[in-house]
Write a protein that binds this ligand. Sequence first.
Ligand SMILES: Cc1ncc(CN)c(N)n1
Length: 219
Amino acid sequence: MRATDHLCQLAAADWKAATTHPFTTELAAGTLPLSKMRWYLAQDYQFIDGFVRLLASAIAHAPSLADSVPAAQFLAVITGPENTYFLRSFDALDMDEAARNVPPAAATRDFQDLMAEAAASGRYELMLAVLVVAEWTYLSWATPVNPPRNDLPFWFAEWITLHAGEGFEGVVEYLRAQLDQVWPTLSAPAQQEVETLFIRAVALEYAFFDASYAACPQS
Ligand SMILES: Cc1ncc(CN)c(N)n1
């Protein structure tokens, strides 16, 4: 069995909850209240900041140039089309500076801490554990709803297309393959640390969607 399949199985219940969440089901149906989407976007843009630093750390720790190239190309997607997706969505959803720059919620802070910890560890396998969860869970919820309904506004539709399709499948396969490759070289305690971090990351993905779905209950 692939190491990443083993890790996914360890977190099976939270994995299922995170990848079939009503937040993304309603996003794909176009029925997600905009107040919840605004909350999510403002929080997730703060997540992206830590994510970019983590991905850059993984690039710096990849065993060879060839191992780093797909991650470097993905970094350009995050800081290019994904970054402008956020900025265009903020504008289209009338989110002014105050609405964009809200304090981080507990779910956001927990994720920022996890990513900062993985980046600071200096250990490639721990960085990969968090990156694999962040991208594989998104591929898992977005794939069944891709292509998006053609009547969806771009702030819903593009959040699906950014996380599904051939290019993104390649990113997830690359990240998984990197972790699969390093796994057998790790000691048993080091493998356990990867398992613990992976499980924690899946729980945080679930918590992030839960917090977003619970936000702004009046509107
Ligand atoms: C919380 C979270 N996790 C994952 C992703 C996918 N890049 C994201 N945008 N936000």
